[in-house]
Design a protein around this ligand. Structure first.
Ligand code: MG
Ligand code: ZN
Length: 384
């Protein structure tokens, strides 16, 4: 009898699942997400290409998680043919494979970009033998430069974590949060408040940060007025929401961090992540991809504005991998309409663009591997 009930239950569940799957295939909801119908565009400034020195004093590295040419071009079309990114004159292409996989994840991709070494998928700031590798942020800090991290995802998520933490798994969020306390990072702004406070080990890292003279704030409207000192901006319990929820958190956080870090006379290194182009790719949503490409582009605009006036700042924009196997089937530069298509719900192995502006930008051209990017930055900023 029990067996019969179980069989019936299994049958019903599989029936429901396949009906749901058919809905998914037949409904237009999917197609709606695949077409961004266009909307208001923003004005883009052209910045001077005159710089003070051959080597930069400051480096701002942008990682647009999941971006390759289709995402970039979707953004370009949606903003009717112009982006802050079109200020970049020096461009290259980077391969992204990890130590053990042709297709990387964001942990191995982030670690390649933070250390110049390949590691296994899932690993954060450690090599294939799980040994910690010093990151470019840690090296900059040792040299007396100011350092910062900004992200729309949780600050403990794979991409920002790769620059400051050393853990064998990207899922060890609480251990990653604790690694922030082992450093003297000056500014970090992102989500992830709960990984600092709701912890199995009972530690309250917000209290510990406060004891280390960090100002810990959760509201971006408070954060944006902070001009100096150490800052931990934890603007969401976990990840910051989509654009309709988080607003201009990323461009504002980028400007705020630059303001604070530029107080250091020796210079600074910061990494800014546009986290959610990747999530748009995973969701097969052109709308989500466009939203986050344009948001990240506006954050890049804030960095370029500072760099153009400062003249000693190198801005590098790249990605950890492509997401969604995206392509573009239709578009319109007048209306901003763009219709995407996706070939997978995961990542792909296709190369990603590398773009550079500022002193040393000419180093970032041609074919390279993702591990070459931090090596070039290290040579320019730290000098060995
Ligand atoms: Mg990421
Ligand atoms: Zn992803």
């Amino acid at each position: 009898m029990i067996q019969k009930i179980l069989i019936l239950a299994a049958f019903l569940i599989s029936g429901l699942t396949s009906a749901a799957q058919n809905d998914y295939l037949e409904s237009d909801a999917e197609d709606v997400e695949k077409t961004y119908i266009g909307g208001e565009s923003y004005e883009v400034k052209t910045f001077s290409q005159n710089f003070k020195a051959k080597k930069p004093k400051n480096v701002i590295l942008f990682i647009v998680d999941g971006m390759s040419l289709p995402h970039l071009h979707a953004g370009l079309t949606a903003n009717k043919g112009s982006l802050f990114l079109t200020n970049f004159k020096y461009m290259g292409l980077a391969t992204t494979h990890s130590a053990n996989k042709y297709i990387t994840d964001s942990a191995a991709g982030g670690t390649a970009l933070s250390t110049g070494q390949k590691t296994t998928n899932g690993a954060i700031g450690v090599d294939v033998n799980k040994k910690p590798i010093k990151t470019i942020l840690e090296e900059a800090e040792e040299k007396g430069l100011a350092t910062g991290l900004v992200s729309t995802s949780s600050i403990t998520h794979a991409t920002p974590a790769s620059f400051i933490a050393h853990q064998e798994s990207r899922n060890m969020y609480e251990e990653i949060a604790a690694d922030f306390l082992k450093t003297d990072i000056d500014v970090f702004i992102g989500g992830g408040y709960k990984h600092f406070t709701e912890r199995k080990d009972g530690r309250n890292l917000v209290e510990e940060l406060t004891q280390k003279n960090y100002r810990v704030e959760q509201d971006i409207n408070t954060i944006k007025n902070i001009k100096n000192g150490k800052l931990a901006g934890l603007t969401a319990s976990e990840h910051n929401g989509r654009m309709d929820e988080r607003g201009d958190m990323l461009p504002v956080a980028t400007s705020t961090a630059i303001n604070i870090l530029s107080n250091n006379k020796k210079g600074f290194f910061m990494m800014v992540e546009g986290s959610q182009v990747d999530w748009g790719g995973h969701a097969g949503s052109t709308i989500y991809v466009v939203e986050d490409m344009l948001d990240t582009d506006r954050a890049v605009g804030k960095a370029l504005e500072f760099a153009a006036q400062n003249k000693q700042t190198l801005v590098v924009v790249t990605s950890d991998h492509e997401t969604g196997g995206m392509t573009i089937l239709e578009g319109n530069y007048e209306t901003g309409m763009v219709k995407g298509e996706f070939t997978t719900g995961g990542h792909t192995g296709i190369m990603v663009p590398v773009m550079a502006y500022g002193p040393g930008a000419e180093q970032f051209t041609g074919f390279m591997d993702n591990t070459d990017i931090p090596k070039k930055i290290r040579k320019l900023l730290i000098g060995n």
